[in-house]
Design a protein around this ligand. Structure first.
Ligand SMILES: NC(=O)c1ccc[n+]([C@@H]2O[C@H](COP(=O)([O-])OP(=O)(O)OC[C@H]3O[C@@H](n4cnc5c(N)ncnc54)[C@H](OP(=O)(O)O)[C@@H]3O)[C@@H](O)[C@H]2O)c1
Length: 288
């Protein structure tokens, strides 16, 4: 894995103006930079060199902003032609590096927010405790693993699944005040904690973020799916998008990563970083 952006550790300040008469910065690829001794931000050759990154390095790279304010990050994967899944699953368009970053982002989060359809289709299981993130989580005042927060209006979920019956930390079920009382009771009987975050049967996306923050869960990670992500975007509460671009084409009619009604005006984000491994791009964009 190597960093393609930012390029600061591969762009020699002393090259500016000296190597190029127009004063344009000389951008070296990672290996060239490492060879010249310019890559200096990380052990073993710097972020720009192509090498295996430790989980610690990835965790540093993707650290949440300090300050304790709620921060909603999304992690999604898309093919080059915009498919957010293949035959209903994201695994066929993922990669080992994508899974490492997926695990790292979970390892940093207080809660993983996910739409009920993704839970149903991907057979979501509870998040597990990962030794690699244990010390970091303890230092950050976090439990062993992030809570999974499922968003649902119908509550049409199988509450006998381990996600509800045997998580390390209780699974949260965010729903609306008008959702089925019987289904809410069934969820609670299974061990889930029901959180009301909407007046009707559904959840108000901004209220969901607020309700989680009120429980001390401010480092939020949503793993979609597209219908849920589109609502967070439309509500203006998404702070960061970690988008994996898979070097694949699928054609077909799979959803893209953001669904639902279009916004009146496209929202412009700022590029924060790009990693690359095996042709997969791991981009990160932030709200401007
Ligand atoms: N590419 C990726 O990174 C990625 C990530 C995740 C998922 N996926 C793929 O996306 C597909 C599933 O995504 P999806 O877009 O169809 O569904 P989704 O967003 O995962 O879930 C939609 C469901 O979430 C609940 N929901 C969403 N907004 C709600 C609100 N405001 N209030 C209450 N409930 C709400 C509803 O559940 P109820 O029906 O229970 O009311 C709704 O049917 C799967 O094929 C999965 O593989 C891809």
């Amino acid at each position: 894995m190597r960093s393609l952006f930012p390029v600061t550790d591969q762009t020699a300040d002393r090259g500016r103006g000296a190597a190029d008469p127009d004063g344009e910065p000389e951008v070296l690829d990672g290996r060239a930079a490492a060879d010249r001794g310019d890559a200096r931000s990380a052990p073993g050759g710097g972020f720009g060199s192509d090498r295996e990154w430790s989980l610690d390095e990835l965790a540093d790279w993707y650290a949440y902003p300090p300050g304790g304010e709620p921060w909603l990050r999304a992690n999604m994967v898309s093919t080059l032609d915009g498919a957010a899944h293949h035959e209903g699953r994201s695994q066929p368009i993922s990669s080992p590096a994508d899974m490492r970053i997926f695990g790292t982002l979970r390892g940093l989060a207080d809660a993983v927010v996910v739409g009920a359809e993704t839970v149903r289709q991907e057979g979501y299981r509870p998040a597990r405790a990962r030794a690699s993130f244990g010390a970091r989580r303890t230092a950050a005042g976090q439990g062993e693993a992030p809570a999974i927060a499922v968003i649902s209006a119908s509550l049409d979920l199988d509450f006998s699944l381990p996600l509800f019956t045997s998580p390390l930390v209780p699974t949260l079920l965010l729903t609306g005040a008008a959702a089925s009382t019987a289904r809410k009771k069934a969820a609670e009987a299974a061990g889930a904690q029901v959180v009301i975050a909407g007046e009707g049967p559904g959840v108000d996306p901004a209220r969901a973020v607020h309700a989680l923050a009120e429980r001390g869960l401010t480092r939020l990670l949503t793993e979609g799916g597209p219908k849920l992500l589109g609502q967070f975007v439309a509500a203006g509460v998404l702070d960061e998008l970690c988008l994996t671009v898979a070097p694949m084409l699928t054609a077909g009619d799979a959803q893209r990563i953001g669904g639902g009604p279009a916004m009146a005006v496209p929202e412009r984000l700022a590029l924060a970083s790009v990693l690359e491994e095996d042709g997969f791009l791991f981009t990160r964009y932030r709200r401007t």
